[in-house]
Write a protein that binds this ligand. Structure first.
Ligand code: ITT
Length: 198
C-alpha cells in the first residue's frame, strides 16, 4: 500500500523509509508530480505537521503523513523550536542556522537541548493521528561530523560524546527524535495491518 510522506526533505525520506512497516511503500509528493511548496504557517509543531499532512492528503486523497521537527534549547527558552528551519531568516541554509545558534549560545553555560519530532498521519478514512518522539542532548561549541543534516553537527545526544553527524544513519535512527516517533507510527500501522488480517 502506498503512503505519501508530505515532505520536500530527501534526508527525512531515507530515514523514515527504513523503519516503516513492511506492506507500506513511502512515496513523496514529487514522485506524484507535485513540486510546489507545502505550507507550514502554524505556531506549534503539531499544527504544522497537521497542516502539511492535510494539504497533501487533500491533493491526492491517499493516506498521508508529515513530520515537523524543532530543536528546543533550554537557555534560549525553547528557541528555535517551531522556527528551526528559518532561524537565521527565510531562505537561509542549515549552515546559517548553525552559525546563528552558536553565536546566540556563545555566553551560555547551560547547553541542554532536545529535538522534538511530531508526526501527523491521516488515514484512508480521513482520521488524524499524532505521534511524538524526543531526544535530549546538548549543543556543542563547534560543528563535528558530516553525516545527517540540519543541526546534526552541533547536537550531541545524551549518553554520547559524539554528534548526530558523527553517527551512521542506522545509529542515529535508533535513538533519534524521528526514529522514536516513526517507531510509534510503525507500531500503529502494524496493528492496523494485523487488524485487517493482511
Ligand atoms: P519538510 O519539507 O518536511 O517541512 P524541513 O527541512 O523544512 O522539511 P522541518 O520544518 O521539520 O523540516 O525542520 C525544521 C528544521 O530542523 C530544519 O532546519 C531541519 O534542517 C532541522 N531538522 C529537522 N530534523 C532534523 C534532524 O533529524 N537533525 C538535525 N536537524 C533537523
Amino acid at each position: 500500500m502506498d503512503i505519501v510522506f508530505a515532505t520536500k526533505n530527501a534526508h527525512k525520506i531515507s530515514e523514515v523509509q527504513s523503519i516503516l512497516a513492511k506492506g507500506y511503500t513511502v512515496v513523496c509528493p514529487e514522485q506524484l508530480g507535485f513540486n510546489g511548496e507545502i505550507p507550514e504557517e502554524e505556531v506549534t509543531l503539531e499544527g504544522n505537521a497537521l497542516q502539511k499532512a492535510r494539504f497533501i492528503y487533500k491533493m491526492f486523497n491517499l493516506p498521508c503523513f508529515s513530520d515537523d521537527t524543532g530543536l528546543e534549547v533550554e537557555s534560549l527558552n525553547g528557541a528555535p523550536g517551531v522556527y528551526s528551519a528559518r532561524y537565521a531568516g527565510e531562505g537561509k541554509s542549515s549552515e546559517d542556522n548553525i552559525v546563528k545558534l552558536l553565536r546566540e549560545m556563545s555566553d551560555k553555560g547551560n547547553r541542554n537541548a532536545r529535538f522534538r519530532c511530531v508526526i501527523a498521519y491521516i488515514d484512508s478514512s480521513g482520521a488524524e493521528h499524532l505521534f511524538e518522539g524526543i531526544v535530549n542532548g546538548r549543543i556543542l561549541f563547534e560543528k563535528q561530523g558530516d553525516e545527517g543534516f540540519g543541526y546534526d553537527p552541533v547536537f550531541s545526544p545524551e549518553g554520547f560524546n559524539i554528534s548526530f553527524a558523527q553517527m551512521s544513519p542506522i545509529e542515529k535512527n535508533l535513538i533519534s527524535h524521528r526514529g522514536r516517533a516513526v517507531n510509534k507510527f510503525a507500531d500503529y500501522l502494524t496493528e492496523v495491518i494485523k487488524g485487517r488480517g493482511i
